[in-house]
Design a protein around this ligand. Structure first.
Ligand code: GLN
Length: 593
């Protein structure tokens, strides 16, 4: 019988749970041990978060806010996202389908919710924080081939659910954490997420009722003509959850307006939760309000009571995003930023960029407004409306892949460079800034990028040498956090205030050093590079208010309390730019060769 180690006010684990029951590994036993070695039941408590009625209502933000809240009540917390799709990671999914691909320090390509968790927890996560069905099935199929299931038929229950539990527990032990918030993707009823909900149900049985709880995040629609919030869809989704053996402890209601007593009572009665466990989460102007909103409804205490633990300390309100709430309370001068990409009608594709800008606007004391420009419309020489960039004080060319929109992006980079508009090029934006500079400043008219011009005469950007022999797409880019050496005396150094930083990468192509001298001779400075100086990673132009490109993705490491320095400087430069007049949009693509 295992005992938890008694730290952090955790109770003794439920004595009824006999771990040995799960250790039997004989042919005729149904019980299989899915506990990592030395796992102690009760050391870590679990909160599973499911979604109801429809997706996209803010389950990720709720999970992250709950993690944030519990962390600032003194618990050690981590968060897991479980996604139903059979992709092993998000790296092979088009951002247009699921939003941005977020990259963790260890190189895991994952769902954008992990970005929200990192920002709200202010912590670096890793591959154990992200579980997809593809990852789980991969583990199982490999084990089956190695004969590790000892002659058994391999089944969804207990093997798939067991491997899921094993991964969750492995994360728990890694801390060890007091609590893990586990978000189950999609909505209750999705076929592809059933095994996750079943694994969560089993965990309640395995670990005991004091160690596992459930929150259900659901949409409560507002019927305008009747002027009423409707609880019926929530009742149905909770029924669907009950059919799977899960009774939620907390129901979080996302709605246009705050819940009134009547709706609370209805949801309470029909869904078997006490009234004060029905949490109201009305639409708000900022996600930074959510932790406070949860705190006002006593959420941390509800969790602590259910899991029979004490809150280790009072809520550290100074970390409750108070600077954002203060910022929201007063008006600010508006600065307009153009984001040029090809997924401009799905803003979730650029969610970390939007967050990094959000973090930077506080110190700059400005309000930022985005102008979304689809560069594929301007890649074929089509003329641009002359007022397109009127009032724009900064241009961001984000990361991207492939040919579509690339020449259009080059036109915007040229415009930013020639009109002294603050410019920040991220990954693909860095690479295209090199192409633009080579063509239009260095006179290398045929300069190209082999991603969209395989046989370019002057390949200023080409495949990383280690990429040339690869045939597989998934997980094969240069991925994750690497050190960047920053040159003293440069703009980058001024912003970073240090000569090295760890930044996150996701690319196959790089600058071709054969053209380094030609390009530097014309005034472009490579101010950041790998410590061995082989891969160029930051570029800048000195006679420009702000012209910086990064081979990495600085947006991924910006945090609410620590804006990424290059973003902060970009927003400052954009603020300084406001009011200047701009005209002369180049009417032909920069491509000459
Ligand atoms: N397509 C480019 C590369 O693979 C840029 C990638 C990116 O912007 N993330 O190198």
């Amino acid at each position: 019988m295992n005992k938890h180690d008694g730290t952090n006010g955790m109770d003794e684990w439920d004595d009824d749970v006999d771990l040995n029951a799960h250790r039997a590994k004989t042919d005729d036993s149904e019980a299989i041990d899915f506990f990592p070695p030395n796992y102690r039941i009760g050391r870590t408590k679990y909160m599973f978060v499911t979604g109801g009625v429809m997706s996209g209502v803010g389950k990720g933000v709720f999970s992250a806010s709950l993690g944030h809240l519990l962390k600032h009540y003194g618990f050690t917390i981590s968060q897991i996202k479980m996604d139903g799709y059979l992709n092993q990671d998000a790296g092979t999914i088009n951002p247009y389908r699921h939003g941005e691909v977020f990259v963790l320090n260890d190189g895991t390509e994952c769902d954008m919710d992990l970005g929200t968790y990192e920002r709200f927890l202010d912590d670096d996560l890793n591959k154990f924080n992200y579980i997809t069905s593809g990852k789980v099935y991969r583990i199982i199929l490999d084990k089956e081939r190695r004969g590790e299931y000892l002659g058994r038929d391999v089944q969804v229950v207990p093997h798939v659910t067991g491997e899921i539990k094993y991964l969750i527990r492995t994360k728990a032990q890694e801390g060890p954490y007091d609590m893990i918030v586990v978000e189950i993707g999609g909505t209750v009823g999705d076929i592809e997420n059933i095994h996750f909900i079943e694994a969560a149900r089993e965990m309640l049985y395995d670990e005991g009722r004091d160690n596992v709880m459930f929150s259900h995040v659901t949409q409560v629609p507002y019927n305008e003509s009747a002027g009423e919030l409707k609880s019926k869809p929530t009742q149905h989704s909770v029924k669907a959850l009950l059919q799977m053996g899960v009774q939620p402890d907390i129901i979080v209601c996302r709605s246009a307006i705050a819940l009134n007593r009547k709706v609370r009572q209805k949801i309470s009665l029909y869904c078997n939760v006490s009234e004060n466990h029905v949490i109201s989460s009305p639409n708000t102007d900022s996600i930074y309000r959510i932790p406070t909103l949860l705190d006002q409804q006593n959420t941390a205490q509800i969790v602590a009571d259910k899991l029979k633990i004490n809150l280790p300390q009072r809520f550290d309100r100074s970390r409750a995003f108070d600077i954002y709430l203060k910022y929201l309370a007063k008006p600010h001068k508006t600065v307009r930023i153009a984001i040029t990409g090809k997924y401009t009608d799905l803003h979730d594709s650029y969610v970390s960029i939007l967050n990094a800008l959000d973090h930077s606007k506080i110190k700059a004391d400005v309000n930022l407004e985005m102008e979304w420009i689809d560069t594929s419309e301007y890649s074929d020489g089509r003329s641009m409306p002359t007022d397109l960039l009127d009032g724009i004080s900064g241009i961001i060319v984000p990361g991207g892949f492939g040919e579509r929109g690339a020449e259009g992006k080059i036109r915007f980079i040229q415009y930013a460079r020639e009109h002294a508009i603050p410019f920040l090029g991220l990954c693909y934006g860095f690479q295209l800034a090199v192409v633009e500079f080579a063509r239009n400043v260095c006179g290398l008219k045929t300069a190209g990028h082999t991603e969209f011009d395989e046989h370019a005469d002057t390949p200023v950007i080409y495949l990383l040498p280690e990429q040339r022999k690869l045939t597989e797409m998934g997980g094969t880019m240069r991925l994750g956090g690497y050190e960047v050496k920053i040159k003293k005396g440069t703009q980058a150094y001024k912003y970073y205030q240090t000569n090295k930083a760890t930044e996150r990468f996701r690319h196959r192509y790089e600058f071709n050093n054969e053209y380094k001298t030609a390009i530097e001779d014309h005034g472009l400075i490579f101010s950041g590079m790998t410590p061995d100086a082989k891969i160029m990673q930051i570029l800048e132009i000195s006679d420009h208010p702000y012209f910086i490109g990064t081979q990495f993705h600085p947006e991924l490491t910006s945090r609410p309390y620590l804006p990424q320095p290059l973003f902060q400087a970009f927003v400052m430069a954009a603020k300084a730019d406001t009011g200047k007049s701009k005209n002369d949009i180049p009417q032909t693509p920069a491509q000459v060769g």
